[in-house]
Ligand binder design. Structure first.
Ligand code: FAD
Length: 460
């Protein structure tokens, strides 16, 4: 059985490793366009600043390591065409441009996503970058070494833009963050977004919201960024306005594309093409809270999907044995000293999905108030008014990771607010307040439910 995998980062290499375990005899080849496989894109912002010192630390496994497991990884090779009837591929070796054919019995598409650089006038000036692959961070680091930029502008206030802003500050640059929407971290509610903006300003980042970039200004190199009637100086610009799924290869082969623009797969990660599976940032999945298709490109999910796709593609019948159920969209990031996490739906997303919601947000402490090092954390819970079920949670501050994960588990288990009020969670002064922020916020939420449910008499 010859298994070919297109794309060799999180989903592709996980699929390859799983397939090897399921079928020790299979012939497995991974084609990877970038010069290295198995890179940690999540670590790139920290590599920019030197928090992660060694480039090699971001490469989990080299082609040589894969070869020891009998997996052939061919880097700098781009698959340009899939012929699903003939089970053939057309591959370009990027070193010399030569094109050759290959054949497969089964195929996993793990082509991921790529960063968007919008066609803003001046976007082709020197000093303007996106950050997606290790090679992008090489380019940014090279530019910083050569030009010693003093003023940096980050365009886009999503989690990647926020992480980059922090890391450019670490390099001593004067950093501005420009966001077209009225707040940063748009996936979060205004309470958390406001916290992030305050924290950025406290750490010296100038934040411009409602500011859509209209032009990058400069002769050959970028010198400024213009939005509305303002222009701010820039020696370096990092654009982090989002990513797009890389679906062209699968689409041209006839694979069905879902309503989110990513490849549609079933719960076994099978595409609509025979003998072709897909996984990672190039596919859409189901949001387990709303039941609707979603595209939430994240590294942990890409690994989980790759595990399912690799197992199923290598299993003897070629039929599904493992299932991938969907996601809650759980994510977390850090900006300076603020941890920010989310799971499930925000209030806005829940209402868009047709839920009527009740929400509670409190700020409390991350440990007993008398214990040294006590910090603050904001927790917001979103619940469905008709059932009391938890739909979403957002946390910002100290211990946000723990609260996010507790809430993710609660949503996964379809718990409602009364369950949360009585959850038996761990407590000792160094670890939390006597009642976890989850319990405290659920208690506030239960008060709101009582008020809604008590109703009023006709006379009132
Ligand atoms: P990708 O990582 O996009 O890899 C796909 C690979 O396929 C690419 O190398 C591409 O060159 C190759 N390819 C594409 N087409 C072809 C072709 N035709 N032929 C051959 N090769 C091809 N996620 C988190 O969960 N937590 C985080 O903290 C986090 N931080 C991030 C920070 C940054 C700066 C970035 C950029 C991403 C971050 N992510 C994070 C997202 C995470 O990195 C991605 O979700 C994950 O890498 C997706 O893996 P993937 O294998 O699906 O796709």
């Amino acid at each position: 059985m010859r298994l070919v995998i297109v794309g060799g980062v999180a989903a592709g290499t996980k699929a390859a490793s799983r397939a090897r375990r399921v079928d020790p005899e299979a012939e497995i080849t991974v084609y990877q366009e970038e010069p290295e496989p198995s890179i940690s894109e999540c670590g790139l912002p920290y590599f920019l600043s030197g928090v992660v010192e060694e480039r090699d630390d971001l490469i989990a496994r080299t082609p040589e390591k894969f070869a020891e497991k009998g997996i052939e990884v061919r880097v700098r090779h781009r698959v340009e065409k899939i012929d699903p009837e003939g089970r053939k591929l057309s591959v370009r070796r990027l070193e010399d441009g030569e094109v050759f054919d290959d054949a497969y019995d089964r195929l996993v598409v793990a082509t991921g996503a790529r960063a968007v650089l919008p066609p803003i006038p001046g976007a082709d000036l020197d000093g303007i970058f996106v950050l997606r692959f290790l090679t992008d961070s090489d380019d940014v680091r090279g530019y910083i070494r050569e030009r010693s930029p003093e003023r940096a502008v980050v365009v886009g206030g999503g989690y990647i833009g926020l992480e980059v802003a922090e890391n450019l500050c670490r390099l001593g640059m004067e950093v501005s963050l420009v966001e077209a929407e009225d707040r940063v971290a748009l996936a979060y509610g205004p309470e958390v977004a406001g916290r992030i903006e305050d924290h950025l300003e406290e750490n010296g980042v100038s934040v411009y919201t409602g500011a859509e970039v209209e032009e990058f200004v400069g002769e050959r190199r970028v010198e400024g960024v213009r939005f509305g009637d303002r222009q701010i100086g820039a020696d370096l610009v990092i654009v982090g306005v989002g990513v797009r799924p890389s679906v062209e290869l699968a689409e041209q082969a006839g694979a069905e594309i879902g309503e989110t623009g990513a490849i549609r797969v079933d719960r076994y990660m099978r595409t609509s093409l025979p003998n072709v599976w897909a996984a990672g940032d190039c596919v859409e999945t189901v949001n387990l809270v709303s039941g609707k298709p979603v595209w939430i490109p994240l590294g942990d999910t890409a690994n989980q999907m790759g595990r399912v796709a690799g197992t199923n593609a290598a299993s003897s019948a070629g039929e599904g044995t493992l299932e991938f159920p969907g996601v809650l969209g759980t994510g977390i990031f850090k900006v300076f000293n603020l941890g920010v996490g989310k799971t499930g739906l925000s209030e806005e997303e829940a209402e868009e999905a047709g839920f009527e919601t009740l929400c509670a947000a409190i700020e409390t402490t991350d440990r007993a108030s008398y214990y040294p090092g006590v910090g603050k954390v904001l927790l917001k819970l979103v619940a469905d008014t008709s059932t009391g079920r938890l739909l979403g949670a957002e946390a910002a501050g100290s211990g946000a990771d723990k609260l996010t994960d507790v809430c993710a588990t609660a949503i996964w288990g379809r718990l409602a607010y009364p369950d949360l009020v009585n959850l038996d969670l761990a407590y000792a002064p160094p670890f939390g307040p006597a009642l976890s922020p989850v319990i405290q916020t659920a208690t506030v939420l239960s008060g709101q439910f009582e008020r809604v449910r008590r109703g009023i008499r006709a006379s009132e």
